[in-house]
Design a protein around this ligand. Structure first.
Ligand SMILES: NC(=O)c1ccc[n+]([C@@H]2O[C@H](COP(=O)([O-])OP(=O)(O)OC[C@H]3O[C@@H](n4cnc5c(N)ncnc54)[C@H](OP(=O)(O)O)[C@@H]3O)[C@@H](O)[C@H]2O)c1
Length: 252
């Protein structure tokens, strides 16, 4: 039977405590990976997730960092590497939330925070963790993007300008490190149902636009992440993969 087997791989998920991140952690653990569980403020959730992973027989490390700060990311690398060894799989998932408004009203600080949250997170994570992947000759970098980057709806400019910049960084990185057996891809969720976002009040116009006529689940996003992390996806790189039921469809 074909299966996803990540046994012996260490995966680091940033924003593991988030709505989507926590299911990615559980799914990667179920596929056999050891888990470095990153949090910013929610240590309690990070420790709970670590306990769940250990119950499955996985090794875990719980690490705190502000993903916009180089010193924090370097300290995280030292802590994870000392406890689990260098990660082979990175999932750059953390996001800074802020209040969305129009271009005319959004503050300069919000644009800067989204640049740091999306572009710099991916740059700093690559600089900290990809060298060890190059040494090993195997690695997976998975950035979590969004369907919004293709939609360009009102009030999302700060968020999606950061995500669009991240997209370009990761496509270039894919070309720079592919020769070392490292794939670099992005999963772009749609507006996703999760533990605390149950979909009550979803407007019909949104569902009408989705080819599959429903919202996707946190588990469906995590399955895509696990697939891209695995050897089944060994020849896929530089991809922006919408997991949004066909709400956006990149053109060829
Ligand atoms: N949810 C959706 O429907 C959806 C749709 C499309 C794309 N996405 C993408 O999916 C990813 C996860 O989204 P989500 O909605 O699940 O997130 P979320 O629940 O809002 O959680 C945000 C996460 O980011 C962490 N974080 C915030 N500021 C940070 C900082 N300065 N340094 C380090 N970590 C920080 C938080 O850590 P603590 O909790 O520990 O403080 C938390 O884990 C994001 O990249 C998002 O753009 C989500």
């Amino acid at each position: 039977m074909l299966s996803i087997d990540l046994a012996g791989r260490v995966a680091l998920v940033t924003g593991a405590t988030s709505e989507l991140g926590r299911v990615m952690v559980r799914t990667l653990a179920r596929a056999g990976a050891d888990l470095a569980i990153h949090y910013h403020q929610n240590q309690t959730k990070a420790e709970e997730l670590a306990a769940e992973c250990r119950a499955l027989g996985r090794r875990t490390a719980v690490v705190q960092a502000d993903i916009t700060r180089k010193a924090d990311i370097e300290a995280m690398r030292e802590a994870v590497t000392a406890q689990l060894g260098a990660p082979a799989i990175l999932v750059n998932n953390a996001v800074i939330q802020y209040e969305w408004t129009s271009v005319l009203e959004q503050s300069e600080a919000d644009y800067e925070s989204q640049f740091r949250s999306s572009v710099l997170q991916n740059v700093l994570m690559a600089q900290a963790f990809v060298p060890a992947m190059i040494e090993r000759g195997w690695g997976r970098v998975i950035g979590i993007n969004t369907e919004c980057t293709m939609q360009c709806w009102p009030n999302q400019s700060a968020y999606i300008s950061g995500k669009a910049g991240m997209d370009r960084v990761l496509r270039v990185l894919a070309k720079e490190v592919g020769g070392h057996g490292i794939t670099v891809n992005q999963v772009a969720p749609g507006w996703t149902l999760s533990e605390n976002r149950t979909g009550e009040g979803t407007p019909q116009w949104y569902l009408d636009g989705v080819a599959l006529k429903r919202r996707g689940t946190d588990q469906e996003i995590a399955h895509a992440v696990a697939f891209l992390a695995s050897d089944l996806a060994s020849f896929i790189s530089g991809v922006y993969l919408p997991v949004c039921g066909g709400n956006v469809m990149p053109a060829i």
